[in-house]
Design a protein around this ligand. Structure first.
Ligand SMILES: [Zn+2]
Length: 189
């Protein structure tokens, strides 16, 4: 009996540890090219987002989590509005803001590269109203211009250039072709 209890305990612990606390999201441009990744990590005060991108115009760009996990180029309107589970106004500098999905601008360097470490304060990857992953998920969108932090509904940040789907499902099945094992064999010989 003691053994059975021990097994049950192990099983429960295993179940808990399988809850997702990190996730890497592939980021695509309007042509459907893979242009970077967003590494998400659950933290006590929110979700850390390490964003690496290429091919942007040098300068500042807006970044937002959107409400629908659907990135259909070239305009990515399929992603819907900013993720806003609490009914707030847009903008990190707005007195009645911000959307939960509002993030600080990121800066692309002279070569068009972004390497940014952001914090989506108050959000979680676990279950609940503020989860960006549970239920259907959300998406992460980068815009052409920078977010002014106050204009409605999107900070006057221009066209949506890059999008990545944040979902717990098999997001890669339709977007990436599996690696060809024969290619690997040829390289080994
Ligand atoms: Zn917003």
């Amino acid at each position: 009996m003691r053994y059975v209890l021990f097994c049950l305990l192990l099983f429960l612990v295993a179940c808990q540890s399988s809850e997702i606390t990190s996730k890497t999201v592939d980021m695509y441009n309007g042509d459907g090219d893979l242009v970077g990744t967003a590494a998400l990590n659950e933290q006590p005060d929110g979700v850390q987002i390490k964003l690496k991108l290429e091919g942007l115009e040098p300068g500042f760009h807006g970044v937002h989590v959107h409400e629908i996990p659907k990135c259909e180029g070239p305009d990515f309107k399929s992603a819907g509005n900013h993720f806003d589970p609490e009914g707030k106004e847009h903008g990190l500098m707005h007195p009645d803001g911000a959307h939960l999905g509002d993030l600080p601008n990121v800066e692309a360097d002279g070569g068009g590269l972004v390497d940014a470490d952001l914090m989506l304060a108050g959000a979680t990857l676990k279950d609940g109203k503020k989860s960006i992953l549970s239920k259907d998920g959300t998406s992460l969108v980068v815009t052409e211009g920078q977010d002014d932090g106050v204009s409605q509904p999107g900070g006057d940040s221009g066209a949506r250039l890059i999008c990545g789907e944040i979902s717990s499902g098999e997001q890669n099945e339709s977007k990436e072709t599996p690696t060809d094992p024969t290619q690997l064999n040829e390289e080994q010989e």
